[in-house]
Design a protein around this ligand. Structure first.
Ligand SMILES: Cc1cc2nc3c(=O)[nH]c(=O)nc-3n(C[C@H](O)[C@H](O)[C@H](O)COP(=O)(O)O)c2cc1C
Length: 329
């Protein structure tokens, strides 16, 4: 299958693994890239630019295929040294960056001077258009169902993707709720050039996270995610657990006066506890509604092969078969 995304990034299949805090290590990115998709290392999980440089080197030792690095620009009192992270990316020979959170405008000259292709992940048509205007090469459009930060507009992909297709000139990929060949074909039909998956890739053999996390994803249904931090306009979709129930209770109690310090215990330092230690009740960690479609823990290559086979079967048999079918009595 060839799309504008496979051409842009020089990959075999139009499937990208979005940046994921404490999941997007070299093992994850290399597994996806080796399977013909585009793997992405999560830049800020590496505490310093030097550590990111080492992680990039490790990834190069595991794959000779293209991979990218995610740079998330979130509100933070202590902004990470983004320019130094970009230098590590450039010197590490990585030529694809997924940006997310705030607009990457400030860093575009630096990224472009390094010959880096930028795919900006955003949650609205207006932000996607802005990304196009400032010179991003592609966008990843995250619908309301996505794991992580869906923004504050609450527009699901069934509407958001065709709206993006109406407005954008640059290629875009569908993100949020993508799990299988059906998702890929639907995304293509709605105008996207491929798919970005987060949650689905966490439940794979190679995902470098505690087995409890993979089992929790398999056990969960589409009813098991919650939106937290909405009063702070920093909404995050997470898997429900004891810590998340506490967080929501604090949100209810505090109402409009909620401050980030009120929920510190349920959001700060949770990722290593969940992803490394397997403490599933520690607090808020990103997880998409797509858990309702995830029932196994395949290898990344088996997953990607299955998605492509299912998509190709859908396009060339089931869907085109509808046009060839004799009239029903
Ligand atoms: C565990 C986890 C951690 C994530 N961390 C980040 C992150 O640090 N930066 C980012 O841009 N997106 C992050 N995301 C969002 C994903 O890159 C992707 O956009 C999202 O998962 C897509 O929705 P899906 O989970 O329905 O596939 C995370 C998602 C998950 C599931």
């Amino acid at each position: 299958m060839r799309t504008r995304i496979t051409e842009l990034f020089g990959i075999q299949h139009p499937i990208i693994q979005g940046g994921m805090h404490y999941v997007g290590f070299a093992e994850m990115a290399a597994a996806v890239s080796n399977a013909g998709g585009l793997g992405i290392i999560t830049g800020l999980t590496q505490k310093t630019p030097e550590l990111l440089a080492r992680e990039i080197e490790r990834c190069h030792s595991m794959t000779d295929q293209p991979f990218g690095v995610n740079l998330t620009f979130l509100p933070s009192f202590n902004a990470p040294p983004y320019e130094e992270y970009i230098a590590a990316i450039r010197e590490g020979g990585v030529r694809i960056v997924e940006t997310a959170g705030r607009s990457p405008q400030e860093y575009m000259p630096l990224l472009k001077a390094a010959g880096i292709k930028v795919i900006h992940k955003c949650t609205s048509v207006r932000h996607a258009l802005n990304a196009e205007k400032i010179g991003c090469d592609a966008v990843s459009v995250d619908g309301f169902e996505c794991g992580g930060h869906p923004g504050e507009d609450d527009v699901p992909n069934m509407i958001l993707l065709p709206r993006a297709a109406e407005e954008l000139t640059i290629p875009f990929i569908a993100s949020g709720g993508m799990a299988d060949g059906r998702s890929l074909v639907a995304a293509l039909a709605l105008g996207a050039d491929g798919i970005n998956m987060g949650t689905r890739f966490v439940a794979t053999v190679e995902a470098p996270v505690h087995d409890n996390v993979k089992q929790a994803i398999v056990a969960a249904s589409e009813l098991d995610t919650r939106l937290v931090m909405r009063p702070l306009r920093n909404t995050e979709r997470v898997l429900k657990n004891v810590g998340v129930e506490q967080l929501l209770e604090i949100e209810r109690d505090k109402g409009a006066s909620l401050k980030i310090s009120d929920i510190y215990e349920q959001v700060a330092g949770v990722y290593p506890r969940v992803m490394v230690e397997g403490e599933m009740d520690a607090g808020a960690w990103s997880c998409g509604m797509v858990v309702g479609l995830i029932r196994d823990i395949p290898t990344v290559s088996a997953l990607i092969a299955r998605i492509m086979e299912e998509a190709e079967g859908l396009i060339s048999n089931q869907l085109s078969g509808l046009l060839r079918a004799p009239a029903m009595a």
